[in-house]
Design a protein around this ligand. Structure first.
Ligand code: ACO
Length: 333
């Protein structure tokens, strides 16, 4: 054992925007949105900032375990909708949580941000001998939504999620009230999006003609996502010499149910192994995977027949950049 996920947490607000609500703003309807995306509603953060959402998620994850906060030596904050440039949101979160002397930085890999951060956290924890780390994915994505563009405004929502990692080369594994997940391997990649299939302008470069809205060529992203999802799964399993039968759970980026169904079919992993909560939250970019992981692990805990020695969880994402990545985790006691 080296780097393990020992806790997760997530947070959203109670401000819900349903498909019905959206149909009063743009020319759309519940049937179209559900059929093309699977999304039924999304949570909008009207009052809380991205950092406040993240702070609540971190508090929930920390409350599940008993560790000394001063042993947390690394905080990575993945987002495309941070509140400030300097200090980075990771430092702000360290202050909010009362964590002193941690290495803190923000990471932007769009919807793959949390997966990138898990992989980077594993390497920094090993290289710099950090005992514990917090990896966060948080978004107030709706501030970049053009509410007049029906092709994008139906897709996105706000949320935060996080994972706490332990390094068992540096600390003895603590007793947990739930299972831990050992990081077996990670895969990261990217391909420059020269045709700008997915983009958001930064504050400094917005103009009246080009505001900081999410612009997306849905069909091209759909094609990229379905191809790359299959590749990530195959490569991670091949490298670890693990069969598809040994997979207990797949936690994919929650972008579109049709993308998930297609990857499930192409990769030949039955859909009942795939965790899906996008009907409730929409696509929350960097927050999508940790939010899904937090809810999926809660369900996993309830399963009685999980053979802890031979079962795996695979999580992956794809997004702007174009970025992609996956993490293979082994369920351990
Ligand atoms: N309601 C009703 N009709 C709509 C809507 C809507 N909300 N949006 C588009 N349409 C119409 C279009 O105008 C078009 O009409 P037309 O045929 O008369 O021209 C028709 O529906 C079909 O449009 P498409 O764009 O071809 O629809 P598609 O089936 O491709 O679905 C979607 C669009 C849902 C965006 C899909 O392409 C998709 O999910 N792509 C992937 C998006 C994604 O995963 N993004 C993740 C990355 S996000 C990030 O990294 C921040």
């Amino acid at each position: 054992m080296r780097i393990n996920v020992i806790s997760t947490g997530s947070h959203t607000t109670d401000d819900i925007l349903t498909n019905e609500d959206l149909s009063k703003i743009v020319d759309t309807n519940d049937e179209w949105i559900v059929e093309r995306t699977g999304i039924k509603k999304r949570h909008i953060s009207k009052k809380m900032t991205t950092e406040e959402l993240a702070y609540e998620a971190c508090k929930k994850a920390l409350n599940k375990i008993d560790i000394d906060k001063n042993d947390i030596g690394l905080i990575i904050f993945a987002s495309v909708s941070s509140d400030t440039t300097v200090p980075s949101s990771s430092f702000t979160i360290s202050g909010m949580l009362g964590i002193e002397n941690a290495v803190c930085f923000d990471l932007n890999a769009a919807c793959s941000g949390f997966i990138y951060s898990l992989s980077v956290a594993r390497d920094v924890m090993t290289g710099m001998r950090k005992k514990y780390a917090i990896v966060i994915g948080a978004e107030k994505l709706t501030k970049h939504v053009d509410w007049e563009d029906r092709s994008t405004c139906v897709l996105f929502g706000d949320a935060a999620g996080c994972a706490i990692l332990e390094n068992t080369d540096e600390v003895n594994p603590i007793t947990l009230p739930h299972k831990r997940l050992n990081i077996v391997d990670t895969l990261l990649g990217g391909k420059y999006d020269s045709k700008k299939y997915l983009s958001i302008k930064s504050n400094d470069s917005v103009t009246d003609d080009e505001p900081d809205y999410i612009k997306m060529n849905g069909r091209q992203i759909y094609k990229f996502a379905t191809d790359i999802g299959v590749k990530i799964i195959d490569e991670l399993l091949d490298k670890a010499k693990i069969t598809k039968d040994e997979i207990e759970l797949i936690v994919p980026h929650q972008a579109n149910k049709r993308i998930i169904d297609t990857i499930s079919n192409k990769s030949n992993i039955p859909i009942d192994k795939w965790f899906v909560n996008l009907h409730e939250y929409g696509n929350t970019s960097s927050a999508s995977v940790p939010l899904a992981l937090d809810e999926a692990l809660e369900e996993l805990e309830k399963k009685e027949n999980v053979n802890d020695q031979d079962r795996y969880v695979l999580t992956f994402a794809f997004g702007g950049g174009l970025s992609y990545g996956g993490v293979l985790l082994k369920i351990v006691k």
